[in-house]
Design a binder for this molecule. Sequence first.
Ligand SMILES: Nc1ncnc2c1ncn2[C@@H]1O[C@H](COP(=O)(O)O)[C@@H](OP(=O)(O)O)[C@H]1O
Ligand SMILES: [Mg+2]
Length: 427
Amino acid sequence: MAARLGLTTVSSLGPRKALLSLPVRLPSLLSIPAPRYPSHRHFYTSLSPPISPLQLVRDLSQSQVTMSTSGSDHSPISTYEKELAAAKKAACLAARLCQSVQAEILQSDVQSKADKSPVTVADYGSQAIVSFVLDMELSSGPFSMVAEEDSADLRKDSSKEILSRITDLVNDTLSTDPSFCNVILSEGILSAIDKGTSEGGSSGRHWVLDPIDGTKGFLRGDQYAIALALLDEGKVVLGVLACPNLPVASIQHTTQNVGESGCLFSAIVGNGAWMQSLDEGSSPTKVQVTSTADPVDASFFESFEAAHSLHDLTSNIAKKLGVKAPPVRIDSQAKYGALARGDGAIYLRFPHKGYREKIWDHAAGYIVVTEAGGVVTDAAGNDLDFSKGRYLDLDTGIMATNKKLMPSLLVAVQESIKEQQQSASLL
Ligand SMILES: Nc1ncnc2c1ncn2[C@@H]1O[C@H](COP(=O)(O)O)[C@@H](OP(=O)(O)O)[C@H]1O
Ligand SMILES: [Mg+2]
């Protein structure tokens, strides 16, 4: 099995897809102390009697944990270090599961959801792993998670086989880490998935998870990301993006010969953005957005899927701005990661009318880019607000770039949107 770069540059001759054969490597975990085993752990394991999933939900009112008073007397770094270690561990294990599934994916693994988007065993497995690992590693605190999947479809009789496959995959993946030694039953998997049903909001802490962002890219064998962030009092304070197929080297001028793949981006508010390889023992290095102030030197990222972003509109914006390079189209929040390390200067996302952006599609990428010195706004130039629940309430679209380019980008975006509206009104 070969992983593929899965990025497209568009020239005057049309889209050209770079499909490069790369050896698939399973990332090893970062070196993190083994977790304490909390008393509730037995709920998940084969040693426990049958229980209701509700028993797996902690009584938040009994929690001993002191909530962060973000921005007050606690240093943000020391406040969120333990959470960052847990988030990295969770994302690395989820990436390992996803890599093994992507390596052998079959069409029959695709499930239908009510909204018809493709959901794979890896989606559910990734969410179960992240939920389980965070809960284990941060066992003394309250736990709230806003995540993409719930277990409703998996609880149907027709899903028994797929649930059993997910259960095996999760256990196989966790068994690669010496700190996890018990077997999780299917009911524990369902309960772990259902911990992601929080509504989020402006108070308290909430994890925000996209277990596989870029599902379409994942199914194609292209780019995808495990995207995990932490909200504290409505603000994103921590983010981790695991991008198993993103080349470790810059993709700025690359459509071939990309070398090693597998990147882990991370950021804590006030502490910069960092990237490391998903390989064992890798050390993080600080990343920064590009410093270019001249659009002629800039290139821009956008969705591979035309259904996710209006390619005509983004092309007009780029033209107005004076961008010469063709768009680089890749799936998932890997775009935010690539932007954060300066592979390109701009990310444009303009969905079709009526689409509502979900917080898990942007929270981790947002903090990685802002901590790398970039700016992420809606089409009107407003900061993104993650405190409103599961959706982002925003004006039209999302754009990200460095601080020097943002003022002229904002003008180009607003002019292009106005022109688009005028031509639509003439029809
Ligand atoms: N019509 C639409 N317009 C904009 N975004 C959409 C969309 N349909 C789905 N998406 C979102 O786009 C995400 C992928 O983004 P990208 O295009 O950057 O790869 C999807 O995440 P999932 O793959 O996690 O479902 C999904 O949430
Ligand atoms: Mg997504």
